[in-house]
Design a binder for this molecule. Structure first.
Ligand code: FNR
Length: 334
């Protein structure tokens, strides 16, 4: 059973936290990896299928054939599925579908985007704590795997604490706290004091989040842990920019990380659009260089791979998969 003490965790990130990035984070040293947020009603349109070519479990959207969620044995005991939901019954249906494929379920109570708030999801749940509690309680009561949630802070530590106390009373196993309010943006300073205030007062593990801007190397993860007085630390942007932040031995050069990421993306037939997006977020400013511009023009996996000298690897894998029956998803979709 997954536990949350002394863990370094890959945060949920839409489009970034797909299978290749999660596996890369685990191989570099992350203890737990969260999926990107998956919306309950979209998930309910999918069907589970074992992919015996890739050796993965796939949840395939029945309306358009896209992969909603792909996972494999290597991450089974460490992957946490994050759900976007505003409805206990729907959340439970999804959780029951995946209960045997993932290590835990997390509910997103921190997303401030309009799409989430309009749908009563994400940070909107922190305004409706009875509903938020109800979702967690339903999951805790009916699932055999741990349930957690990820929140943002309120204006004051006391207000934050009173909400956390209520959520914790549902029986969740840990709570991740992003130390910013719903109106603060990533460039704002993270309120480590508020996270600490909570961590000192509740009995379950608190996972500190929001420190990526300052966490530019592995050892700083522990400084953030100390500052927040938390059991565990969760990293989003630091991992998005250079996933080798999880390595005890120190950061790897960006090109090495991209190469290792691309190999996994090819191996697990990740969509070219998603692969390109993730590489763009590693390259960042370097997209403006001649090589970056060449990369931006790429339309296929083998074109992307060629820039990092992985053209042969990519073509060989793809032709094997093609022979075995996976048919061309190798074009970037608009
Ligand atoms: C996020 N974040 C986020 N949070 C969440 O609960 N579910 C999600 O799907 C996402 N998606 C997402 C995508 C991207 C590209 C980013 C950068 C962030 C928020 C994230 O998990 C985290 O709370 C914040 O980024 C703060 O942590 P860092 O970046 O300082 O480590």
């Amino acid at each position: 059973m997954l536990t949350y003490d002394n863990k370094i965790i890959l945060a949920p990130m839409v489009r970034i936290g797909t299978l290749p990035m999660r596996l890369l984070a685990l191989r570099y040293g992350a203890d737990i990896v969260y999926t990107e947020e998956l919306i309950d009603w979209k998930f309910l349109r999918s069907k589970r299928r074992y992919n015996d070519i890739l050796k993965t479990v796939d949840y395939i959207d029945q309306s358009d054939g896209t992969v909603v969620f792909r996972t494999c044995d290597e991450e089974k005991d460490k992957v946490v599925l994050q759900l976007g939901t505003c409805d206990a019954e729907r959340a439970l249906k999804v959780a029951k579908m995946v209960e045997n494929d993932v290590a835990a379920i997390d509910i997103n109570m921190g997303c401030p985007k309009e799409f989430s708030i309009k749908g009563g999801m994400g940070v909107a749940l922190l305004e409706q704590t009875d509903k938020a509690y109800g979702i967690l309680k339903t999951l805790v009561t009916n699932l055999s795997i741990p349930v957690t949630c990820k929140i943002r802070i309120f204006q004051t530590p006391e207000e934050t604490y009173s909400v956390v106390e209520k959520l914790v009373s549902s029986g969740i196993k840990a709570i991740a706290i992003h130390g910013r309010t719903r109106t603060e943006r990533p460039q704002h300073a993270v309120h480590t004091d508020v996270i600490r205030f909570i961590a000192e007062r509740i009995s379950i593990p608190v996972i500190a989040n929001g420190g990526s801007k300052e966490i530019e190397k592995y050892t700083v993860i522990f400084k953030f842990k100390e500052m927040t007085g938390c059991s565990s630390v969760m990293l989003a942007r630091a991992a998005e920019w250079n996933c080798s932040i999880f390595r005890k031995e120190g950061l790897l050069p960006m090109d090495t990380v991209i190469k290792e990421y691309l190999k996994l993306a090819v191996e697990y037939d990740n969509s070219p659009s998603n692969t390109k997006y993730c590489v763009q977020n590693i390259l960042r400013d370097l997209q403006e260089t001649p090589r970056g511009r060449k990369f931006l023009e790429c339309q296929t996996m083998d074109q992307i791979c060629a820039i990092w000298d992985l053209e042969d690897y990519c073509q060989e894998k793809q032709s094997n998969y093609h022979k075995l029956g996976i048919q061309g998803r190798w074009q970037v979709t608009p």
